[in-house]
Design a protein around this ligand. Sequence first.
Ligand code: SAM
Length: 234
Amino acid sequence: MPKYNHPSPPEDRFYSDIVRRYEVEVNRFVPGYADKIVPLVTGEIIRKADNGDVLDIGSGIGNVDEIIIDLANPQSVDLVEISEPMIKESKRRLKDKKTTIRFHKMSAVDFEAEPNSFNAVLSNLVIHNIPYENKVGLISNIHKWLKNGGIFVWTDLVSFSDSAELERCFEERKRIAVLMGATEEFAEENFKKEREEDHMITVEQMSKMLKQAGFQDIEILWSKYNEVILRATK
Ligand SMILES: C[S@@+](CC[C@H](N)C(=O)[O-])C[C@H]1O[C@@H](n2cnc3c(N)ncnc32)[C@H](O)[C@@H]1O
């Protein structure tokens, strides 16, 4: 079970403990991760990545970037990740790739880049960890960092205006996680974090934030339970 007994930020502590079994756990706790989310997101990014520059916000163990690098021909990929164990694992995983890869071990909130740097930006199941005011700044930065015509694919856990609907999603996702082998205790811990520590917003708030940052053509590509994939264009 995750034990929060070393001095790092909450999100870092949580993910440090599960890094070794990340791929197993993400499939248990985010139904659709392997069969819907990863193929959809990589498909969108790959269409923009050929010879282009890609930024991954909250890149985890680098599994999504590995697919993008293997299936497209990006000029560069920048990975921003707050957790040391996660970034270490992504360095190990991507060490033999020929593409220019830059690793940034920091919060996405502190990351800086030149305007018009990237053809595609993705953020997969990360921004719900970031408080509202910082989210607004980050989304506005992502718009600034993208080249004209570039895309942002934002996958995230969302809330609903009706809190009972969110509870139904938690219950259903917990049932699936336990069916797939998660212990009750770990499942409880995961949803306690989602309930008490995360900063989920509704799809409507996400769309509004994207619009206010200057994005156009905001489209919901997929949604199930409280999981959603949005694509927006600069
Ligand atoms: C559920 S994982 C998703 C990882 C990866 N994007 C994927 O699709 O599998 C969330 C990741 O976001 C990272 N993270 C959380 N808060 C962050 C922040 N403020 N800045 C950068 N990374 C963050 C965590 O360390 C973790 O690796």
